[in-house]
Design a binder for this molecule. Structure first.
Ligand SMILES: Cc1cc2nc3c(=O)[nH]c(=O)nc-3n(C[C@H](O)[C@H](O)[C@H](O)COP(=O)(O)O)c2cc1C
Length: 241
């Protein structure tokens, strides 16, 4: 083990923050860390919107849930896939491909994880906010995002005022497969994990509930997943060819 791995393995999302700001030098390091991530074809197809206006923050907090920590966190960053910059530089650029949507989403996530890890290494905490995709067109309008730019998710950052228990992950044997995808699900491993997650939800210090992982995913996947997304992407110039 080393400090980097210790830090990665101690991850938990933080949703409660003190009122302390993040020092500008620290924020700069976090943003540098984000930009240091690898970049598909070196396209650098992302922008980060730093939302400092309290009114815009409040509206984003409402649109995302409501999720009050979006307004309360010291910093709120919105990671975007951005092909607008390329089109300004190369007006004849071919954009709107599904592949480019993947690039924007993948590279944006790599940047964000670098940012969160950098923040955590400085004693800060944070949580991603996919909830901003509940109302993507409103987010575009609020942030003045041009066509060919889409908001992927937000990231709240600040000084933690909670120390939640860590959420256990699936056993490695259910996630990592060697050479060939397994023919069937390992029911025994899943049953163990369901018990582990049920114990975690029952024992944790806030928001206790009686739920297994299987019942949780059945609930989430029993609903439609933002079915308006296709039309939204088209309207932002991601024609998905
Ligand atoms: C892309 C992404 C979007 C997320 N969106 C939200 C969100 O809108 N609100 C929230 O409270 N947590 C959100 N989360 C945090 C997850 O709920 C959390 O990572 C998961 O439950 C595991 O908990 P942990 O991060 O504490 O280990 C998001 C996580 C990811 C990766």
């Amino acid at each position: 083990m080393n400090q980097t791995i210790d830090l990665i393995l101690s991850h938990r999302s933080i949703r409660q923050f003190t009122h302390d700001p993040i020092e500008p030098q620290q924020l700069d390091l976090i943003l540098q860390a984000a930009q240091a991530a690898a970049s598909s074809s070196f396209l650098q197809a992302n922008s980060i919107m730093r939302v400092t206006d309290p009114l815009i923050r409040q509206q984003l907090a409402e649109l995302a849930g409501p999720q009050p920590y979006v307004a309360q966190a010291a910093e709120f960053l919105v990671f975007c896939a951005d092909f607008h910059r390329h089109r300004q530089i190369v007006p004849a650029a071919h954009t709107g491909f599904v592949e480019q949507l993947l690039i924007g989403a993948i590279d944006g996530a790599l940047m964000a994880q670098n940012a969160l890890l950098a923040a955590q290494s400085l004693g800060l905490g944070g949580v991603y906010i996919g909830g901003i995709r509940n109302h993507p067109a409103e987010v575009v309008a609020l942030l003045g995002l041009p066509r060919h730019v889409i908001p992927l998710f937000g990231l709240c950052l600040g000084h933690p005022s909670q120390q939640p228990e860590q959420k256990p992950r699936l056993p490695q044997a259910m996630v990592v497969h060697e050479n060939r995808y397994p023919e069937r699900l390992d029911e025994a491993l899943l049953a163990d994990y369901d018990r582990q997650i049920q114990d975690y939800y029952q024992a944790r210090s806030s928001n206790n509930k009686v739920q297994t992982w299987s019942s949780q995913i059945a609930g989430t996947l029993g609903k439609e997943a933002r079915p308006f997304m296709d039309a939204f992407l088209q309207s932002q110039g991601f024609n998905l060819k």
